[in-house]
Every structure is written in structure tokens, then in C-alpha cells.
Design a protein around this ligand. Structure first.
Ligand code: 5GP
Length: 210
């Protein structure tokens, strides 16, 4: 994808790190930011709405979309397929909207092969103990289920060093501020401003004598 006027952010984290809450809190304050709604073959969880949380589709439909080259990136994550729509992301970026991709490390690697302008932010829990607490959602899951979730979390966390920014989500209000500062700073980077305000900057900057 060529350089477009919105900024592209890749947000990854193990489950239980608070990624969705951080993204939603930021989106609530900015109308020119969006989270990309992925396609997935996993079953909806209680409360999840088709088209809002994910586009829930079958494996056959997913494979057909791969054939049509509809995905910007896709991956198999813990037994299910997930993919980001190429068309939707491009359209939003072209309209100057900043887009958040809530995707795993495999998807992040693919995005980096297409563009060097995506900014990766990785979110970590404050401790293993706290992560285990957060993953034991009902407080009564079996040791086996918790061990499986912890193994999945370790697998995702082992790729944190592939991202530009790291947020440790201990105090949510602080993590929220850090997240917001990273995103807003990126919006004000020279390249981002140049792509958004190209004609203004050409006019203002071109005539100065050096
Ligand atoms: P969950 O099933 O818990 O919603 O998501 C499981 C994992 O899949 C999370 O790490 C999430 O970020 C990742 N994921 C969600 N959508 C996509 C996507 O479109 N592409 C990739 N590569 N990963 C995704």
C-alpha cells in the first residue's frame, strides 16, 4: 500500500492485557480514528455482534477471500483464521482516517512487508500473576484451560520486541494517556503532516531561503 494520508497503527497484545479497552477509550475521543473490523472463522462469543466486533464467516468463505486477494494480511491464530480487509483499510486511510489494526504478531509482520509507515504498539500486563488473574475470567476455569491461555499469551508476548512502542498496562488511566500520546505524536510526525497537508506545506516551506 502506498503512503496514504491516515496513519496506520498495529496494536498487539496477549489476551488479558487490555488492548480492546485502550483502543475503545481512544476512539471515543476522536471521530477521525477507526479500528478495522476483521473477518474471522471463530464462533462469536456472547455479546459479540457480526459486523461490529468481527465479520463472522465460514472457513470456505475465508478461503474464497484469500483467493480473491481481499486481505491486507491474514493468519491462523490459535486454531481460527483472522484477516484484515484490504479495501476497507485503504478507503479509511485515503479519507485521512487513522486506522488501528487489532491483530497478532503474524499479521504485524505481513503489514511490515507491505509498508514501512505502520507504527506498532505492543501492550503488556504488569506481571505474570496479574495476567493469570485476568485470564482466569470466571475465577473457576480449570488449571488446564488457564495453562493453555498462558501458553498462548507467552507465544504472543515473545514478539513484543518487533514493535516500536511498548505500554505496560498496570494503571489503566496511565496506560490510556501513554497510548494517546504515542498516537498523537505520530500524527504530528513530519511525514504524516506532509501527507495530510501537502499543498499547504509545499506553499509554506518551499520559498524559505536556506
Ligand atoms: P480473539 O479471538 O480473542 O478476538 O482474538 C485472538 C487474536 O487474534 C488476538 O491476538 C487478535 O489481535 C488477533 N486478531 C484479530 N483479528 C485479526 C486479524 O485480522 N489478523 C490477525 N493476524 N490477527 C487478528
Amino acid at each position: 500500500m502506498q503512503q496514504l494520508s491516515g496513519n496506520l497503527f498495529i496494536i498487539s497484545a496477549p489476551s488479558g492485557a487490555g488492548k480492546s479497552s485502550l483502543i475503545q477509550a481512544l476512539l471515543a475521543q476522536h471521530s477521525d480514528m477507526q479500528v478495522s473490523v476483521s473477518h474471522t472463522t471463530r464462533a462469536p462469543r456472547p455479546g459479540e455482534i457480526d459486523g461490529v466486533h468481527y465479520h463472522f464467516i465460514t472457513v470456505e468463505q475465508f478461503k474464497a477471500l484469500i483467493e480473491q486477494d481481499a486481505f491486507y494480511e491474514w493468519a491462523e491464530v490459535f486454531g481460527n483464521y483472522y484477516g484484515t480487509s484490504q479495501h476497507t483499510v485503504r478507503q479509511s486511510l485515503e479519507q485521512g482516517i487513522d486506522v488501528f489494526l487489532d491483530i497478532d504478531w503474524q499479521g504485524a509482520r505481513q503489514i511490515r512487508q507491505h509498508t514501512n509507515s505502520a507504527i506498532g504498539i505492543f501492550i503488556l500486563p504488569p506481571s505474570l500473576e496479574e495476567l493469570e488473574n485476568r485470564l482466569n475470567t470466571r475465577g473457576q476455569d480449570s488449571a488446564e484451560i488457564i495453562a493453555k491461555r498462558m501458553a498462548e499469551a507467552y507465544s504472543e508476548m515473545s514478539h513484543a520486541d518487533e514493535y516500536e512502542y511498548l505500554i505496560i498496562n498496570d494503571d489503566f488511566a496511565l496506560a490510556q494517556r501513554e497510548f494517546s500520546h504515542i498516537v498523537l505524536a505520530q500524527r504530528n510526525s513530519f511525514d504524516s503532516q506532509l501527507s495530510k497537508h501537502h499543498s499547504l506545506l509545499t506553499e509554506l516551506l518551499a520559498k524559505a531561503a536556506k
